[in-house]
Design a protein around this ligand. Structure first.
Ligand code: HEM
Length: 241
């Protein structure tokens, strides 16, 4: 009997899709999108420091009152991070062995410096996040921050952030990391639009420019905080240290 072409089972199709270059790019896009949405929300939350101590502390403490939400977001973020890093490393080595990697719509995303350095800016962001969690979330590098409380007895996140950034080295590390993040996004956002099929020949320039503008705003939004502390625009409240 002649060989009969059998249709692959759906799971087989899914596995093939995920391990294809397009599948990997889609994975990068979806996991990256979730982390990007977190970063945007986090930036807006942090910028409340410019309104004042009461505002930032009320916001930070209100978040802690919904631990289920926090742990859900943390779990999804962690899964996204692991998948994003794993797939990113795979894509990097595939590109090194010069196999052409195509985007869903077409392959005209320019091999800019930003695109060729994604693995390095990504590694920088990863190392930064590890340090950042040890610094402000788990208070491993600065356990004394745990003793900071405001007049209402809430954890004084406002003073903690200011004390952190009064150290010029720490501010420099943060600003450098924000630069890595912004530069990573200048390629990630246009790629995201393209992988999700939003981009075509007519809209490409518009989406590329939009990606750049958002990336620059993210860099400025986050960096504004250490810069404002170093310039004494945001000051420690009376009585803190
Ligand atoms: C000026 C820049 C930033 C400041 C001042 C800042 C501030 C903070 C603070 C105060 C916390 C701890 C909140 C608390 O436990 O009360 C925190 C947590 C966190 N930050 Fe940032 N952050 C900055 C930038 C970033 C960036 C760029 C990223 C990601 C690339 C990031 C990712 C995180 C994550 C993942 C957490 C842990 C959230 C959780 O509790 O699960 N942060 N940040």
């Amino acid at each position: 009997m002649n060989s009969v072409q059998t249709k692959p089972a759906p799971s087989e199709v899914q596995v093939k899709f995920i391990s294809s270059s397009i599948g990997k790019k889609m994975f990068m896009a979806v996991t990256g999108l979730f982390m990007f949405l977190f970063v945007l929300g986090h930036m807006v939350g942090n910028l409340q420091i410019f309104i004042g101590q009461d505002q930032l502390n009320a916001y930070a403490n209100a978040l802690k009152k919904v631990p289920e939400l926090i742990w859900l977001v943390r779990a999804v973020l962690l899964v996204c991070l692991v998948l994003h890093v794993w797939r990113g490393i795979q894509l990097y080595f595939e590109n090194l062995s010069s196999r052409p990697v195509r985007y869903i719509v077409n392959s005209t995303v320019q091999a800019s410096i930003a695109s060729r350095t994604m693995i390095f800016t990504g590694a920088g962001i990863f190392l930064y996040v590890v340090y950042h969690l040890l610094h402000y979330t788990f208070l491993v590098t600065n356990p004394q921050y745990a003793g900071l409380h405001d007049a209402l007895g809430r954890h004084d996140v406002y003073s903690m952030v200011i004390l952190g950034f009064q150290n010029g080295w720490i501010s420099a590390v943060y600003i450098l990391a924000m630069f890595s993040l912004g530069y990573h996004l200048t390629h990630a956002l246009p790629s995201l639009f393209q992988t999700l099929g939003l981009n075509n020949d007519k809209t490409r320039t518009k989406y590329d420019v939009a990606g750049w503008i958002i990336a620059v705003l993210v860099f400025i939004g986050f960096s504004a905080i250490p810069v404002a502390v170093l310039l004494n625009i945001i000051k420690l409240p009376e009585g803190v240290l």
